[in-house]
Design a binder for this molecule. Structure first.
Ligand code: FAD
Length: 374
């Protein structure tokens, strides 16, 4: 088979590049190992008629005007300001930590931002600079919140305690000094009216684009030829493992999604309930029905267990993995007309908007004269 552009992976990165290249007249082939498009954003209707995501809840949020404009070409969106609550001991509190979280957990009566700042100052343990994730959290919120909200959740999420992770991993976690209980604070926070998969269907619906599903690139790579450029959006270590066995494998965390059907109208009061404590092994329970206030007599819930084996979802951010990645990156930079794009190929956690932005930016860099085709 011949093509101008070969893309491995039909997630955000692959679909964006495919759409862009098709729009300037290039023939594009996408090879996708799963039996569906949309990568980790894939969603579908379940047996109760509820739109559910196969790979965990996906909340779109961005401050990037260009990305917002781009995604609006493929779907109508409704405003959705995501909220998360957590069960801690026998209490329910908002996440990220805000005034209500502290008042509820510690039976205090903070009312203003200044009082919240004072409470944090009195509780925090100063580390400057923080050398690891534990010091980063202690530096911001102190021991009591660290113990209840961060320590065990981090262990469940990464199978590592915070002191085994980069400070940067936990430094980014927001702590609010007010009552704001929105999970994100970006300008645009929304969900696609008909779901994410429909967006990808529209992006890829072009006579220049051929999608080969259920096909692992490494099984067919010798059958596709003539292409000017190859965009690879899979795990970077997989790309090189056949060529250079001296490089180590990168560590990833995966998630075991366990769905339960519940014969009642609702199971919990919010779409996402986190469980930061040690009393259960799962990290959170998602009830998809809440997204967009979907109607059904029954509901289903998904418990998420973070595990080592399975589909690679999260790069594990520590120095060892960074050093291994740097070696792969060196190999990648030696290749001509091969581009490593997206979350797994860059070994970096990307939100959806970052994945769109990266792919759009790469296209603009490679095809500067064609940029206006959007
Ligand atoms: P992917 O979506 O992973 O696409 C890569 C594709 O390549 C996959 O379909 C894979 O099957 C395919 N592939 C890999 N290897 C091969 C091969 N050898 N041959 C053929 N195909 C191959 N972002 C947000 O903004 N908000 C959220 O709420 C959010 N929640 C998330 C929850 C979870 C559990 C996870 C894991 C991620 C979440 N994200 C969220 C991040 C979001 O999923 C990513 O930003 C996005 O999926 C990145 O797109 P991508 O194209 O880089 O990668």
């Amino acid at each position: 088979m011949k093509t101008d552009i070969l893309i491995i992976g039909a997630g955000i990165s692959g679909a964006t590049l495919a759409e862009r290249y098709a729009s300037i007249g290039k023939k594009v082939v996408i090879v996708e190992k799963r039996d569906h498009i949309a990568g980790n954003c894939f969603d579908h209707y379940d047996q109760n008629g509820i739109l559910v995501s196969k790979y965990g809840a996906h909340l779109f949020h961005t401050n990037e005007e260009e990305v917002w404009e781009y995604v609006n070409r493929f779907s109508d969106w409704y405003k959705w300001e995501h909220k998360v609550i957590a069960r801690v001991d026998d209490k329910t509190v908002p996440i990220p930590v805000n005034i209500t979280t502290v008042n509820t957990l510690f039976d205090v009566n903070i009312k203003t931002e200044e009082e919240m700042q004072t409470w944090l100052n009195e509780n925090r343990v100063a580390f400057d600079p923080a050398k690891n994730g534990e010091e980063a959290v202690l530096n911001r919120v102190g021991e009591v919140l660290y113990e209840k909200m961060f320590k065990h959740y981090t262990k469940k999420q990464w199978d590592k305690y915070p002191d085994e992770l980069h400070a940067s991993v936990l430094e980014r976690i927001p702590v609010r000094h007010n009552y704001d209980d929105r999970y994100f604070s970006d300008k645009y926070q929304a969900l696609p009216k008909k779901g994410y998969t429909k967006i990808f269907e529209k992006m890829l619906d072009h006579p220049n684009i051929t999608v080969m599903l259920s096909t692992d690139y490494f099984d067919v790579k010798d059958q596709i030829s003539g292409y000017e450029k190859l965009f690879y959006t899979g795990p970077i270590d997989r790309f090189f493992e056949f060529k250079n066995k001296n490089l180590d494998k990168l560590e990833y965390r995966s998630i075991n999604f366990v769905t339960e059907q519940v014969d009642q109208e609702y199971y919990q009061e919010n779409s996402v309930v986190n469980y930061p404590g040690q009393e259960v092994d799962f990290t959170r329970i998602i009830e998809y029905k809440h997204f967009g206030n979907q109607q059904s007599d029954k509901t289903s819930i998904v418990k998420e267990y973070t595990v080592d084996d399975g589909e690679p979802y999260y790069p594990v951010p520590n120095e060892k993995n960074q050093a291994i990645y740097d070696q792969y990156k060196k190999e990648a930079d030696k290749l001509e007309d091969v581009y490593f794009v997206g979350r797994l190929a860059n070994y970096k956690y990307f939100n959806m908007d970052q994945a769109f932005k990266n792919a759009l930016d790469l296209f603009k860099t490679l095809e500067p004269a064609k940029e206006l085709a959007i």
